[in-house]
Design a protein around this ligand. Structure first.
Ligand SMILES: [Zn+2]
Length: 195
């Protein structure tokens, strides 16, 4: 394993590794000159002799699985935070698991999920119809999920009466109370079926 330093530790290179199920099989594989195993042996020797190699001891396959899992999760989290113009980060600033919306209504669940990804009939239906993007006639802004839930002037009173959060992060978070408010809001402004 070559020591490829990264912020999450060395990257395991398992491309050439193949387990020998017995000593005899190992000898057979190496003596037959199987290319992959030779490369694995060479890489292992280099790693052992490299003073920069970080020594990690694993007691079981579960440990290895957990370590790879942690590595991938950290990498994903880092990419999520570093990616510029990640519109989803405005709603969810971490890759941590969010529970499903607290509703037994399938349609409500679909609506909340569409709002979270920012894709709805209202904002993206024009693509299917091959038309220009829909605009808010009151504000002159593109009719996006964010505009509807946060900025649109025509719905200020409704948002105030329901005490809707003024940011997407809270409005679309998995907090049960906020989910309910969003559904009620959409129904009151007759947009529920356009999401
Ligand atoms: Zn508007």
């Amino acid at each position: 394993m070559r020591d490829e330093k990264s912020q999450f530790g060395p990257i395991p290179d398992m491309r050439f590794w193949r387990p020998a199920t017995s000593r005899n099989q190992y000898l057979e594989l190496t003596s037959n000159g199987i290319d992959g195993n030779e490369k694995a042996d060479k890489a292992a020797r280099e790693a052992v002799n490299n003073p920069l190699t970080e020594i990690r001891t694993y007691s079981s396959l579960i440990d290895i699985h957990r370590n790879v899992n942690t590595y991938c999760t950290n990498l994903w989290e880092s990419e999520w935070r570093r990616t510029p113009n990640n519109k989803l980060r405005e709603i969810k600033n971490t890759t941590e698991y969010w529970p499903k919306p607290h509703t037994s209504n399938r349609k409500d669940e679909v609506v909340i999920n569409r709002l979270r990804i920012g894709h709805s009939k209202m904002s993206h239906g024009h693509l299917m119809r091959r038309e220009e993007p829909a605009m808010c006639l009151t504000c002159g802004e593109p009719l996006t999920v964010k505009h509807l839930l946060i900025h649109c002037r025509i719905h200020i009173d409704t948002r105030k009466s329901l005490k809707l959060p003024d940011n997407l992060f809270e409005a679309l978070s998995p907090i049960h109370d906020n989910t309910n408010k969003i559904i009620i809001f959409l129904k009151q402004i007759d947009m529920y079926n356009l999401i």
